[in-house]
Design a protein around this ligand. Structure first.
Ligand SMILES: Cc1cc2nc3c(=O)[nH]c(=O)nc-3n(C[C@H](O)[C@H](O)[C@H](O)COP(=O)(O)OP(=O)(O)OC[C@H]3O[C@@H](n4cnc5c(N)ncnc54)[C@H](O)[C@@H]3O)c2cc1C
Length: 441
């Protein structure tokens, strides 16, 4: 199995979720030679769920989870923290697809959410887990029409929601930016870096997490896979790849998986006077009517987090200019929504790679003898990654279920034209969608 050494994961910008936590303990790194039954590569939500589930179902087996950076500092710990239960196709204009596809998505996503919620409760993981739902807010007639379309889709699959008028959404957010919203109760939200750290810290005893340990090569010797790191080696019987956007680095489907970055900023903590000026409720989570618009969360810690802007970066690296552009877009979005918070600075700005595909396809199943994969979040890694991580472990251990079949039967990522044609096409598509989202930004 060949690895592309172009770039290993590294932090892009400064992740506010991670920075606002207490400093972490020392990382346990791969610094010697080890033998394990299983190695899971990638300490995001998918890998954390895969490693946990393997260890739960095979208590006699040894499981290593290896992560190139710190667990909680990479993409799974730098997102907006929405565990979305409902249809959420960000390539559509209203998040929905067909009735069957929407129902299947909901079933899968709730399976993932239920699994992680049960772990959070069992271990008392402090990650501000909330089952408070989310608001889809619009700023104009176009947005209202998209929400109406989304609401029709929800009615068709029997999912509850309710409408808020301009005054009602202002009573929640304190902002008079929005003209209306639709509330859906099933979404959970978290402090994502705290959740990832907590999941790693509470792995079953037969699973061990190694951080700051990038896999540099994998030598497939049939029954034994030898993984090489800067400081040592792990020999394992089986391997599960949960590397999401970095999946192409392991030689599979490089032309169908699209590393598309999105960006977020978080304010400093507001003082009591600023909190009073803002008004609204102390914690809420809002996504835009247009998937390319701005996601906003008010945190119980009296910070506000905004996310918008996408950039196709096949080299899996963002520049200072990318971060500066994102920050200035975030500042503009923040100022438009919260003119009463003049002087509340954005303290942190960061980016992270999603793993999109042109047809919403993903990779799940057996890659080769003793090698499995669960890759391709399509922007919804928290709930889908939880489910596919749990289910890839079950599949790799020989278990079968309707949900395993659902994932095995999902489309593979559709191949794109060769670069640089694909680069131009994807960047142009993002630009057009962002331009159309306009007012929602
Ligand atoms: C700003 C932002 C906001 C977002 N908001 C949301 C949201 O609200 N809800 C939602 O569901 N999703 C959201 N996402 C997407 C979500 O973060 C991803 O879908 C999710 O992280 C995917 O999880 P994963 O475990 O599959 O992959 P990742 O989180 O990308 O984990 C893969 C891991 O593999 C590691 N890795 C790669 N190569 C190697 C190697 N050679 N050796 C060792 N380790 C390696 C990487 O370091 C990485 O930690 C957002 C993303 C961003 C950037």
């Amino acid at each position: 199995m060949k690895l592309d050494f172009a770039r290993f994961p590294a932090p892009d910008g400064v992740n506010g979720w991670w920075e606002s936590l207490p400093p972490p303990g020392c990382a346990e790194t791969v610094s010697s030679e080890y033998e394990y039954d299983w190695v899971v590569i990638g300490g995001g939500i998918t890998g954390l769920c895969a490693a946990r589930r393997l260890a739960e179902l095979a208590p006699g087996a040894s499981v290593a989870l290896v992560e190139a950076d710190r667990i909680g500092r990479t993409t799974a710990g730098r997102n907006s923290g929405f565990f979305v239960d409902l249809p959420h196709d960000i390539s559509s204009e209203s998040y929905s697809r067909s009735i069957e596809a929407d129902k299947a998505d909901v079933r899968l996503q709730r399976h993932g959410i239920d699994y992680v919620r049960s772990v959070v409760r069992r271990h008392g993981i402090e990650c501000d887990w909330r089952d408070d739902g989310k608001f889809h807010a619009s700023v104009n007639k176009r947005g209202q029409a998209a929400l109406a379309h989304f609401a029709e889709g929800l009615e068709r699959i029997g999912e509850p929601f309710h409408w808020l008028d301009e005054a009602a959404i202002k009573a929640v957010t304190g902002s008079d930016f929005y003209c209306g919203a639709l509330f859906t109760p099933g979404c959970s939200t978290v402090q994502p870096a705290a959740l990832m750290r907590g999941l790693a810290a509470t792995l079953p005893r037969n699973a061990k997490a190694f951080e700051m340990s990038a896999v540099k090569s994998i030598d497939d010797r049939g029954d034994a896979k030898v993984l090489t790191f800067a400081g040592g080696k792990i020999t394992a019987k089986r391997v599960i790849l949960c590397t999401n956007a970095y999946a192409a680095r392991f030689g599979g489907h490089p032309n169908g998986l699209l590393p598309v970055y999105t960006f977020a900023s978080m304010t400093r903590v507001m003082n009591p006077d600023e909190v009073r000026r803002l008004g609204g409720t102390p914690s809420w989570a809002l996504i835009p009517a247009d998937p390319m618009g701005t996601t906003v969360r008010r945190l119980i810690t009296d910070r506000i987090c905004v996310r918008n802007h996408f950039a196709f970066r096949p080299g899996l690296e963002v520049s200072q200019a990318d971060l500066a552009k994102a920050r200035s877009l975030h500042q503009r979005s923040f100022d438009r929504r919260f003119p009463m918070l003049k002087g509340v600075e954005l303290e942190y700005t960061w980016g992270g790679p999603l793993c999109l595909s042109a047809n919403n396809g993903a990779l799940f199943g057996r890659r080769g003898d003793g090698v499995f994969e669960a890759v391709g979040c399509n922007g919804l890694g928290l709930s889908r990654g939880s489910a596919s991580g749990k289910l890839i472990a079950e599949y790799a251990l020989g278990q079968s279920s309707d949900l395993v079949h659902q994932l095995l039967n999902q489309p593979h990522p559709r191949s794109l034209p060769v670069r640089p044609i694909a680069d131009v096409a994807v960047s142009a598509a993002i630009w057009v969608k962002e331009f159309t989202a306009g007012a929602e930004l």
